[in-house]
Design a protein around this ligand. Structure first.
Ligand SMILES: [Zn+2]
Ligand SMILES: [Zn+2]
Length: 325
């Protein structure tokens, strides 16, 4: 076993494995559930040599000869990227929420249609044409670190699934991604939170062609539901495990409420595009990926405000504009 294998037992027969994320300096936490010489895995990291080697090394170390199930919380590359290397015929069964399934092909396999949709979305939201061109193509890089797999089980939410010797309930928590799921074990009070509740970061909640239509409200409702489960241990996909979900949910909720108020101020009776709002809110950013995330995040807040009747949203084929009511 390599000395740098970051494997920790977090509950009986449940092991957290921290995997590197190529191109970023972060880590993603995946979880191995052992049962004799078999194991189940929650999330699988990106499709990179280092990351896959760590998974295989961890399986060896735990005496697991066969990977039985791969459950993914959502299809972002750091959670789903290696799916095609681990699941499929003769390998593990892939379990995934059914709202994630239709996102996979356009995002990672045949990108042309999604790139065109994203370009239109960027243009109608006020992004200048030259930047829209670059931003819409930034998606392409991600398909390099993802190998897709056909799902064996499509989840709706509320299913009981066996992971190792644990029985967990699937908690559908849309917002960060349409079919994001958490897993909850009531006996042990364990919540595997994916990217839904993170201890230090506020996960990106964005309105874009592949999001739900009102992702911020979806997300906030999901936070309340997860807090109401009163888990004793929260095991996030990024950062360290934590215990006090109530105060974390309060902090995340007030962060978004404050941001909504801030956006109402910024609109100040002037009609603006989402891009203008994002620039006024965050200033100019150089990193392409951050620019797109800022726009998506601003739009998710604007959409929630429009649903709440605090701002108006006007659309034509050429533009989407927001105004304070
Ligand atoms: Zn994510
Ligand atoms: Zn993530």
């Amino acid at each position: 076993m390599a000395t740098d294998l970051a494997l920790t037992e977090v509950a009986e027969g449940v092991f957290e494995l921290r995997l590197p994320i190529p191109f970023e300096d972060g880590l993603v936490n995946v979880f191995l559930f052992t049962d004799g010489d078999e194991a189940d895995l929650l999330d699988c990291g990106m499709n990179s040599e280092d990351s896959l080697a760590a998974i295989h090394e961890a399986l060896d170390h735990l005496g697991a000869r066969r990977l039985r199930r791969l459950m993914v919380t959502h299809i972002h590359p750091d959670h789903y990227g290696a799916a095609g290397m681990l699941a499929g015929p003769g390998r593990a069964d892939l379990y995934i929420h059914r709202l994630e399934v239709p996102l996979v092909h356009p995002r990672y396999v045949e990108l042309e249609q999604l790139v065109a949709e994203v370009r239109t979305y960027l243009l109608v939201n006020g992004v200048p044409a030259d930047e829209a061109e670059v931003l819409s193509n930034s998606q392409r890089a991600l398909s390099q670190v993802v190998k897709t797999a056909e799902p064996s089980v499509q989840l709706d939410g509320a299913e009981l699934v066996e992971m190792g010797r644990h029985r967990l309930r699937v908690e559908w928590t849309p917002g960060h991604s349409p079919g994001h799921v958490c897993l909850f074990e009531s006996d042990g009070g364990l919540l595997f939170a994916g990217d839904h509740v993170l201890p230090e970061l506020s996960p990106n909640i964005g309105l874009h062609p592949q999001s739900t239509p009102d992702p911020l409200h979806d997300y906030l409702a999901g936070l309340q539901r997860m807090a109401a489960l009163e888990p004793r241990h929260v095991l996030p996909a990024h950062g360290r495990p934590f215990t006090d979900i109530a105060s974390r949910v309060d902090a995340l909720t007030s962060h978004h409420r404050r941001r909504m108020d801030q956006i109402v101020e910024i609109l100040n009776r002037e009609e603006k595009t989402g891009w203008r709002v994002a620039l006024d809110l965050w200033g100019r950013r150089d990193n392409l990926y951050e620019k797109r995330l800022a726009l998506q995040e601003g739009l998710a807040h604007l959409q929630a405000l429009a649903v709440d009747g605090r701002v108006s949203k006007s659309v034509t084929p050429d533009s989407v504009r927001w105004r304070r009511i």
